[in-house]
Write a protein that binds this ligand. Sequence first.
Ligand code: CDP
Ligand code: MG
Length: 136
Amino acid sequence: MSNIQKTLSIIKPDAVERNLQDQIKQDFINNGFEIIKEKKIHISKEEAESFYKVHESKPFYNDLCTYLSSGPIIVMSLQKDNAVMDNRKLMGATNPTEAEEGTLRKKYGISIDKNSVHGSDSSENAKIELDFFFKN
Ligand code: CDP
Ligand code: MG
């Protein structure tokens, strides 16, 4: 049975800065994702804090929010069968040094904080995160 889903993907500042967005978008397309919506934005620290609220209590929260608001990002709505989990697989582990060969974070990630891409971790969070960037 098919399970068409949408998920939120973000190409983070380190990747946009290195002009990797077209290559990363092509990786998504080559792996069966359809880019339904996309926009290039530069969010404020406050918006980043709101987006990453789930990580509020973590030691890396402040740096993470400073980082995500440090430069332009590309936010995308990706669609395919099992998009949420397939995107997590394509991204690879949070720490690029632990990510499998062929994954986006292995290919493009610089470090655990500059790991090039974000992806929703559940279909529930995908809806919340897509609404965050694409409502209206
Ligand atoms: O992005 P992912 O869902 O794989 O990881 P997360 O645990 O939800 O953490 C969100 C983001 O925080 C990561 O993508 C990292 O960029 C950053 N992070 C960090 O800077 N240092 C850590 N020890 C863990 C996460
Ligand atoms: Mg996460």
